[in-house]
Design a protein around this ligand. Structure first.
Ligand code: 13P
Length: 607
């Protein structure tokens, strides 16, 4: 099988500027511009490299997959030392600084011409970098008419010239670049066309979606990511690999390639078949803990949401639950404050008011969707203590959740502190602690086996009559047991997040804890009972008031630094003002969204 690529070879110059040096001028609005008059030889770059971009990336990906590929009008080839150098005068500068990534690219590219090849090609691929005019399109169309077996694959950039619209109608395979914030309207016009929708955060086709996390600390930008994704999926189709494998190979290539070295076919296959690659899991965990963001818990089970609604007299229906979650999930700029949202099974299958699934909506807005997978608490016989259920059938559920795009999960165990008349702690008992921690570890292991990052949540519940010291003793005991069980099952702690209560006197205890006490005690217990390699810690609010949760979070942060990132993952302390503002009436949706964002601003600003 051979492929002819139509596109432009670019010279990409990546400059990762050291922001501590004076490369920037400030304009009258206070924003900084690169000072183009700077003398590069007198300045420092963290990184500076040039490599071939545009169609050259496509050629490299296909060649590394063992496919015979050629760029129209060029002899560029992949050799053992990489791409053989090709002179090009089309430079694109990619500037990376702490202000983000910006591009200095030519405003127009030369027209890509099409000269009918002597020997037939199995595939013609119009690359993202191609610049076609009517004459080229006419030449191409007449050639295709003369070689009906040639498959036409077309990359349709988000802002494309109208000339390409005709090719969309006749292409066999179309890659459609989507804007994360707008639903896509372009659909195949017949059953034999294969449409693939992609952006730098996900790729989807035929009902399958593969989220991508190419958040790289090196200078890999979305431009090359797009080329890598489209070329990899095309390569997998040429090789006749199952679509699911192809999507995973795209992800592996986008997430693991180095600048100017994409992955070989054996490596792609290995990464695609190993869904549990620890590196991917660690990357997801790190992205969930990116500062200064938190994780919104919107995962109330059917029973919990019913109780919440009942308090306000809101009818508990499938549609009222959907409307409420729609308010939370589609709140404007949510992605500035949260890295992930935890959903409940029903919500993960529901859609926004504009018809996009909540999961896709989140992915398209750079928010990682997660899911509560435990199935609630079960009392031990003749006891008020509980253990958490949900292990049975969990493998199947995780596998399905992975397929629909969910990338992290949550499991909650609850421990109530009860005291005897001598003020000694009688619950949680050793049995309840051991059982629950063992179950949490089993759940975490299963998640990692399915490519899902586990959040383990052993909650010492706030609703009790106990001192801050008793909260500390109990939490420490639970944490010690949990980390022993996680280590026994060899759960990768770098891809595991702890969701914990703050150390605080019980809600009914006469001497309520001050933020200073909560901050100090929580920091002390966590620093001495949580292994350093853990990916991070998030806090639940546990029934504290909205302001109390934020004040206590701020006080904990002040007691840092910590060896792991810490942030919030509240449900009630984020949602309550929004729920009251909505009150079951969708005409209040805008003020309900604002109320959520206000809590997010308050909490992210103390991190
Ligand atoms: P709260 O913040 O309301 O305690 O909820 C957190 C959570 O997700 C409990 O599982």
């Amino acid at each position: 099988m051979n492929v002819l690529i139509l596109g432009t070879i670019l010279k990409d110059v990546y400059l990762n500027l050291d922001p501590r040096k004076e490369h920037f001028e400030t304009d009258k609005h206070g924003s900084q511009w690169l000072n183009l008059g700077f003398n590069a030889s007198q300045h420092y770059f963290f990184y500076r490299k040039s490599c071939l971009g545009g169609a050259a990336v496509t050629l490299e990906v296909l060649s590394k997959m063992g496919i015979d590929a050629k760029i129209m009008g060029s002899d560029l080839q992949l050799t053992q030392d990489g791409l053989s150098s090709e002179s090009t005068n089309i430079y694109r500068y990619i500037l990376i600084s702490n202000h983000g990534v910006s591009y200095l690219a030519p405003s127009s590219r030369p027209i890509s011409t099409f000269i009918p090849p002597q020997t037939p090609y199995d595939y013609i691929f119009i690359d993202r970098s191609a610049n076609l005019d009517d004459t080229t399109i006419d030449n191409l169309v007449s050639y295709l008419e003369s070689t009906p077996r040639t498959i036409l694959a077309l990359y349709l950039p988000f802002a494309h010239k109208p000339e390409l619209d005709f090719l969309v109608k006749i292409a066999d395979i179309v890659f459609i670049e989507t804007d994360s914030s707008k639903p896509n309207k372009i659909k195949p016009n017949n059953n034999s066309q294969h449409f693939i929708y992609l952006n730098e955060h996900s790729i989807s086709t035929n009902g399958l979606t593969e989220p991508l996390s190419p958040n790289r600390i090196d200078v890999f930008t979305h431009l090359s990511t797009y080329s890598i994704i489209s070329a990899t999926i095309l390569g997998s189709m040429i090789l006749n690999l199952p679509l699911e494998t192809g999507l995973k190979m795209c992800r592996a290539n986008a997430e693991n390639s180095k600048l100017d070295t994409t992955l070989s076919l054996p490596k792609l296959k290995e990464l695609a078949s190993n869904r549990t690659t620890q590196k991917n899991l660690e990357l997801i965990a790190a992205n969930l803990l990116i500062r200064p963001k938190g994780i919104l818990a919107a995962d109330e089970s059917g029973g919990s949401i019913k109780k919440k609604f009942a308090k306000l007299g809101i009818p508990d229906t499938y549609e009222s639950r959907r409307s409420y979650r729609d308010i939370l999930i589609t709140a404007p700029s949510l992605d500035e404050y949260v890295s992930g949202v935890i959903l409940f099974d029903e919500t993960a299958r529901q859609k926004t008011s504009t018809g996009e699934s909540f999961v896709d909506y989140l992915i398209n807005h750079r928010i990682i969707p997660g899911i509560k997978v435990d199935q609630g608490l079960q009392k031990y016989p003749n006891s008020d203590e509980t253990y958490t259920t949900g292990l049975s059938g969990l493998d199947q559920r995780l596998s399905e959740y992975y397929k629909i795009g969910l990338r992290f999960a949550k499991w909650r165990a609850a421990f109530e502190i009860q005291l005897n008349r001598q003020n000694h702690i009688i619950t949680p008992t050793d049995r309840a602690v051991m059982d629950n921690c063992r179950i949490l570890a089993q759940y975490a292991k299963k998640c990692q086996n399915h490519g899902i990052v586990p959040i383990v949540e052993p909650e010492v519940v706030f609703d009790g009559y106990y001192s801050i010291e008793q909260s500390a003793t109990t939490t420490a005991k639970v944490l010690d047991c949990l980390f022993t069980e996680l280590s026994t099952l060899r759960v990768n702690l770098k891809a595991c997040i702890l969701k914990t209560n703050m150390i605080i006197a019980g809600k009914h205890y006469p001497a309520q804890s001050t933020p200073e006490e909560v901050g100090r005690a929580t920091a002390n217990i966590l620093k001495s009972h949580v292994p350093q390699e853990l990916a991070g810690i998030v806090f639940l609010s546990g029934g504290q008031t909205v302001e109390q949760s934020t004040d206590n979070l701020a006080a904990i942060v002040k007691n840092g630094p910590f060896p792991w990132p810490i942030t919030f993952s509240f449900a009630r302390a984020l949602q309550d003002p929004s729920l009251y503002a909505w009150n079951g009436d969708n005409s209040n949706a805008e003020s309900a969204k604002r109320a959520l964002i206000e809590r997010l601003i308050a909490n992210t600003s103390v991190l």
